[in-house]
Ligand binder design. Structure first.
Ligand SMILES: [Zn+2]
Length: 550
């Protein structure tokens, strides 16, 4: 009896072993298509703030069919668009990939560089010498997950990047992309880095002039005004305007705004996202993405920028932001349905995340009795230079304060044999006394600066010796730089409002569910690498999020 039982146990274990190993078979199955959707300036809480108003097929479909990584943080400062897109797609940080801001100063020349500036490229679909066309991903020093897909499939996979913003299309699509498209003056363009003329279907899309069609419609809210949740009314003192004196109470006349400011006004309306997704569908169809003749995965990298333009202009507690996300929810539902039809439900993997979040308007917080404020950057640089001149006898020892980093004129310091340490110490001790400033770190001595470890890590991750400043300024919570007037808002800081982003995966290879375990923006690329059975990008420092992988 005992023997029979033992044999039964043995067989049961053996059977269990075989079924378990059958579930974990190693093969080279891959999704037919990966679609990356970066929603520019989407705070994580927007998934839930408007949850009850979303339909079932957009954000809610992602949350119910997909896997949501609820605590995804950006692990560096500054939290800007170019940096975010590059870090998502490289699994890396500015210290390594070199995209240390939307604009950054190059240490060797002390000249400003735009993230996707390439003086050897020329615009296609616009005046070749227009600087808005002279773009490529050259400044990104690392490979992207899209590059690795190209390398892994001997360049058979097709890769496209699309965004209203040049940087939102170019940086995700990587160095080996078939194309990246962005919008200049209401038209879709590219550069000679990718091709010498636009495909006919893009030209036709431009000729159809969707931009004019949308601008002519104006912006009315999707639902009755009384259904919108803002604590402040439509057209409130925290909102900016499309042009000086322009009306921003719904319904908004966009034709008038475009007459005054140009056709790119569409970017700061929800229609900018709609038209980006329309072009994405066209490219998917015309390039047969997800139906590769070599049976390898294709990759469509989309960035939706209107959310960022609208957030900057009207701040985040606005009926305009709410309406923008409700419209985006409809657009996403429509786009997912399109993918189901063209590529097949379950054949594609989609992820949705953000390049950064955004702060509340500081004046709004102060008016509600909270703390916060505006820093006047120009005065800060002027005051510091005056102080340094008095002490060291030379003008403009600081040549720029950019991305909250102080850049010292090292040519001057070397020529005049000035003491760099003394200069830095004077700047640091002065900055620390300011209301706006919480911490100041000498970039070469981050680890010995007295501040929380996580801020040291974020600062070091964001510090690229060749492309960052000498001193990092970290503001008190809810302080931002003042630009034109105290309306709207911005981002760039370490704080959760800027660094806590949504991350949801859905489709092929993804188990539905969620986790509150901490994860990082840099984990997206290695997770995709694991799904696709390809190498992680060459600057990757992230880890795959294993909870969601089937
Ligand atoms: Zn922005």
């Amino acid at each position: 009896m005992k023997f029979i039982f033992q044999r039964f146990l043995f067989l049961a274990l053996l059977f269990g072993f075989f079924t378990a190993s059958a579930q974990h078979k190693n093969n080279n199955e891959r999704p037919k298509l990966v679609v990356g959707i970066v929603v520019d300036q989407m705070r994580w809480d927007y998934l839930y703030k408007y949850y009850d108003r979303y339909g079932n097929d957009g954000f809610k479909r992602l949350l119910t069919e997909g896997f949501s990584v609820e605590n995804t943080q950006i692990p560096y400062i500054p939290t800007y668009t170019a940096v975010g897109h590059t870090s998502i797609y490289t699994g890396s940080v500015p210290a390594i990939h070199g995209i240390s801001g939307n604009n950054f100063y190059m240490r060797n020349t002390q000249m400003s560089m735009y993230c996707t500036q390439d003086d050897n490229a020329y615009g296609v679909g616009l005046d070749p010498d227009n600087k808005d066309g002279k773009m490529s991903p050259k400044n990104n020093l690392a490979t992207t997950i899209t590059d690795e897909l190209k390398l892994a499939t001997d360049f058979k996979s097709k890769v496209y990047g699309i965004s209203l913003k040049d940087r939102g299309g170019i940086l995700p699509a990587g160095h080996f992309a078939d194309a990246a498209y962005w919008m200049v003056d209401g038209n879709w363009v590219t550069s000679t880095f990718y091709m010498n003329e636009l495909p006919k279907y893009i030209e036709d899309f431009n000729k159809a002039d969707h931009t004019a069609k949308y601008l002519n419609q104006g912006w009315k809210p999707l639902y009755a005004m009384k259904t919108y949740s803002p604590h402040v009314p439509d057209d409130n003192p925290y909102e900016g305007r499309y042009f000086d004196g322009g009306n921003i109470t719904f319904p908004i006349d966009l034709k008038e705004a475009a007459d005054k400011k140009g056709r790119d006004v569409i970017k700061a309306t929800p229609y900018g996202n709609t038209v980006t997704l329309e072009l994405s569908k066209l490219i998917l169809e015309k390039e047969h993405l997800g139906n590769n003749p070599h049976h390898v995965p294709d990759f469509l990298a989309i960035s939706l920028s209107s959310t960022d333009y609208i957030g900057h202009l009207f701040a985040i507690n606005s009926a305009k932001i709410e309406d923008t996300y409700l419209r985006l929810d409809n657009d996403l539902a429509d786009f997912f349905k399109f993918l189901d039809n063209k590529v097949g439900k379950g054949n594609y993997t989609v992820f949705l995340s953000a390049d950064h979040g955004a702060a509340h308007n500081p004046q709004f917080i102060v008016d509600e009795k909270g703390n916060g404020g505006f820093n006047i950057k120009k005065d800060m640089q002027k005051d510091l230079n005056k102080l340094l001149e008095t002490e060291f006898g030379y003008e403009k020892i600081i040549y720029a304060i950019s991305n909250n980093q102080v850049h010292l004129d090292h040519k001057l310091i070397e020529n005049k044999k000035l003491d760099t340490e003394k200069i830095k110490n004077l700047i640091i001790s002065n900055l620390k006394k300011r209301d706006a400033v919480a911490f100041v770190a000498d970039m070469e001595k981050i680890s010995s600066t007295t501040m929380p470890d996580w801020l040291k890590t974020m600062t070091a991750n964001g510090y690229n010796y060749k492309r960052s400043g000498d001193i990092q300024i970290i503001f008190e919570p809810q302080w931002i730089d003042l630009y034109k007037d105290p309306t709207g808002t911005t981002h760039g800081a370490w704080n959760p409002y800027d660094s806590h982003i949504p991350l949801v995966f859905m489709g092929w290879g993804i188990k539905p569910g969620n986790t509150n375990a901490p994860a990082y923006m840099t984990d997206i690329a290695p997770t995709l690498a694991a799904l696709l059975h390809i190498q992680a990008p060459n600057g990757n420092i992230g880890k795959p999020i294993i909870q969601m992988l089937e």
